[in-house]
Design a protein around this ligand. Sequence first.
Ligand SMILES: Cc1cc2nc3c(=O)[nH]c(=O)nc-3n(C[C@H](O)[C@H](O)[C@H](O)COP(=O)(O)OP(=O)(O)OC[C@H]3O[C@@H](n4cnc5c(N)ncnc54)[C@H](O)[C@@H]3O)c2cc1C
Length: 499
Amino acid sequence: MTAPMAYDYIVVGAGSAGCAVAAGLAERQAGSVAVIEAGPSDAHPFVKIPMALMWLMGSRRDWRFKSAPMAGVNGRRINIPRGRMVGGSGSINSMVWFRGRASDFDGWNVPGWSWADVEPAFEEVEAKITPNRLAAPHPLTDRLHRLFGGNGAAPPSPDYESAGVCHFNMRNSRRWSAADAFLRPAASDHDLTVITGRIVRRLHLDKGCAKGVILGGAGEDTVITARKGVILSAGAIGSPDLLLRSGIGPADSVTQQTVVVDGVGQNLHDHPGCGMHFAGAETGYGLTLKQAGQWLAAPLNLMRGRGPLASPTVEGAAFFNARGDGSDPDVQSHFIPFFMNHAGHRYAPGSGYFADVCVCRPKSRGRLMRRNGQLHIDLGLFKDEADLDTLTHGLFRLRSLMADAMGDAAAPEVYPAGAATSHDDMRAHVRANAGTAYHPVGTLRMGTDPDAPVTPTCDVRGVGSLWAADASLMPAVTSANTNAPAMMIGHRAASFIAA
Ligand SMILES: Cc1cc2nc3c(=O)[nH]c(=O)nc-3n(C[C@H](O)[C@H](O)[C@H](O)COP(=O)(O)OP(=O)(O)OC[C@H]3O[C@@H](n4cnc5c(N)ncnc54)[C@H](O)[C@@H]3O)c2cc1C
């Protein structure tokens, strides 16, 4: 069937926020809505099976972006996975569910986005997502709550030092993404069309207004008209890039300037993180002779919500102060009860577990731009050395916390272990090994100041009938994982756009 060539609203990107904003518009009967997604559908067993995200990363359902070489990490280019299918990055993520701290939103200082404003929106999102505690965590993950006096019932919180099994957006031990909770129900009940496998190359602009989108593909470009407007939900990399490709952005980053919006692509940041590997006979899930039976039974156990295939890899988290000085948590640790080979071999034999440290509120900022027609993604890691210091201290504290939590089940640390005993060695280790938690945000910051590319009501400044709604709007990253905040932004944006 050929898709109609005109809709009232076109949403670019069926990711975590795009699904929520499209459903919100359709439910309000604001007009016909089309969601255009570059990737395929999410109807693939690896999307549903929690552990299979490790096979989706690096596959054709991942954009597989790479950063520019960054001085802060010894000139390395790091991987930036982003989901490329219906559900977006929410279809390849670990499904850990955190709203963030109330002070994160108050600190944005954007009218309409304080904690008091966003809390009801989180509640509405959660009514559809129903996040819940992991049904059958690995016994090692169940040890985490011993830290900080927790009782194991409540999930850890970025508000205070805490550790334990996380809550997840899973149902019956399967992924339950924004596509499941928002997009499909709205598409079946309302005037909402989902178009997959078509990449939006540029915006169709006329007299300073977005009138539609231009799709690339074999042969000629296709224009799809948006009678009421276009919503950018292509994510923190895709949305600013689409503006730049349409001639909207800072003068030094676009070739054919249509509209000068200086802030586009600025303020890019992510949670910098670095891991610690532990290996010991029959500790975490791994490839050993003794665990062969467990792997053979894994498909059956998945049906019962147990075993390695039912694990979203990250099972638990801890929030703590890196220096242990009694102040608020400034780092988050993700706990993965799987043996992860530190040389990067996917199928190395062994048993063990992994934990990382990520800086909750990084100070460093980078920038996304186009240079000679190429996307240039500088995450700015450790531009501000305070982030490096916090991460370095956090790894030392993680070392002792892991020993306390695992107790008699602890496995020896195998990396960095003896290579990082002094502060200087650990700092060097972080520069040589750090990556991110895969939470890029901030490239279309919301704000009231004229330099903010997006207004508090999600309008792209300087262009009519054009809105943005995704993780790129966050002026500063929240203190934990970003999927829930991205959905909340999409959900809330729908009410502004429909109004
Ligand atoms: C591997 C991984 C693990 C993660 N783990 C967690 C976790 O456990 N918990 C958590 O809270 N967060 C996690 N995150 C982060 C979280 O998933 C993201 O912050 C969130 O999904 C971002 O939502 P978004 O709507 O901004 O962008 P996305 O969900 O990335 O959506 C953008 C969509 O736009 C589409 N698109 C882009 N450009 C175009 C174009 N030109 N034309 C058409 N379509 C386009 C993309 O294909 C994609 O579907 C993880 C992320 C990754 C990658």
